[in-house]
Design a protein around this ligand. Structure first.
Ligand code: CP3
Length: 339
């Protein structure tokens, strides 16, 4: 039965709810044997670009667990391909861009991104899943700074040396790239809302690599620009290692802030003000004994309070996590009652 105003929408709207809604970042993925079985037959990109397959993967965790939302199966880097990046997913290495952006000419040569024309599969996947699932579906995109990191360095990195070389050495070129990406990902989020996503999350996974000054100078205004293009559904903002940035996050004007596990969620709420929060269990805590998982879930819920909290992990589920442990955590959240 579909609810008129789903729990997740009420919590994202910062309302007081009977228990926190729960979904997990990377809830569709390699920790699930049914994902690995499908993945053995198709490449990751094929799965992302085939709405029927992407819908199947989106629905897999929803069949196993009583999650309060699905997240569309896709990847943050797909719009970069549409803009001209030669993107590959190399097993063991992760995503690689063979033609990284390094100069003003490279930025000028990027193609405009029109989500409906260039990348229709996430929207079609959202439509299918909205029909088939009992719970609402969330959309997402990568934040401009995090997208720029992959575009410039060309692959995952701890320090993002090429990105920072451009940021410090060619600030105008870097700004032009962020502006292009902000508009692209903002439009991508809006297209997903228009397709039926009840909320959208912007992932600024690597903004934690910035000093607080550089975060405020570069990543924050770029994400604000992206989020400002989106209306009609709550907008969540996620960044890892965000503790030093908490006093400034409000300026993003997001509807909810997703926190990693390095902050106390109650203390973070005091710094953020009266806004919804999401999080923030250490994904590796799912390796703890089951009673310890349950204890940690309860501690986070109690610290966050009854108003506007969405239970989630502080980062995505990883392939090493036991599907049974995921069930234990979700069960504990669903058993909570504030009344
Ligand atoms: O959350 C979900 O279940 C929805 C799908 C989703 C994926 N990636 C699927 C995926 C989402 C929301 C993402 C976001 C994403 N992708 C981020 C931001 C969030 C985060 O986790 O930090 C980033 C940085 C990426 C880029 C990316 N995609 C990397 C670094 C990798 C390789 C590393 C890895 O985890 O495998 C991917 C590939 C990827 N994206 C996989 C999945 C299920 C694995 C692909 C496979 O099956 O081989």
């Amino acid at each position: 039965m579909k609810q008129a105003r789903p729990l997740i929408v009420r919590a994202l709207s910062n309302e007081t709810v009977e228990r926190p809604p729960v979904w997990f970042m990377r809830q569709a993925g390699r920790y699930l044997p049914e994902y690995r079985a499908l993945r053995a037959e198709h490449s990751f990109l094929t799965m992302c670009h085939s709405p029927e397959l992407a819908a199947e993967v989106t629905l897999q965790p929803l069949r196993r667990y009583p999650f309060d939302a699905g997240i569309v199966f896709s990847d943050i880097l797909l719009p970069l391909e549409c803009m001209g990046a030669e993107l590959e997913y190399v097993p063991g290495t992760g995503p690689i861009i063979r033609n990284p952006v390094r100069t003003a000419a490279d930025v000028a040569a990027l193609k405009p991104f029109d989500p409906l024309r260039d990348l229709p599969s996430p929207m079609e996947t959202i439509r299918i899943c909205t029909q088939e699932a009992d719970v609402p579906i969330l959309g997402f995109a990568g934040a401009p700074f995090t997208m720029a990191c992959y575009m410039i360095d060309g692959q995952g990195s701890r320090n993002w040396p090429e990105t920072k070389r451009m940021m410090f050495g060619q600030p105008k070129v870097f700004q032009a790239l962020l502006d292009r990406l902000a508009d692209a990902v903002g439009d991508h989020l809006q297209a997903q809302v228009d397709a039926g996503a009840v909320g959208v999350q912007l992932f600024d996974t690597w903004a934690g690599a910035l000093s607080p000054d550089d975060f405020r100078r570069w990543a924050l205004p770029a994400s604000r620009r992206a989020l400002a293009r989106v209306s009609g559904a709550p907008r969540m903002f996620f960044t890892k290692d965000s503790a030093p940035f908490l006093p400034w996050l409000k300026a993003l004007e997001a509807d909810a802030y997703a926190l990693d596990w390095r902050v106390d969620i109650g203390a973070a709420r005091k710094l953020l003000g009266d806004v919804a929060v999401q999080g923030n269990m250490d994904p590796m805590a799912l390796h703890a004994p089951h009673d310890e998982i349950r204890r940690r879930v309860r501690k986070i819920i109690a610290a966050a309070g009854p108003k506007g909290h969405i239970f989630n992990l502080g980062h995505g589920l990883t392939p090493d996590i036991d599907p049974q442990a995921v069930g234990v955590a979700v069960d504990e959240v669903c058993g909570w009652s504030w009344s």
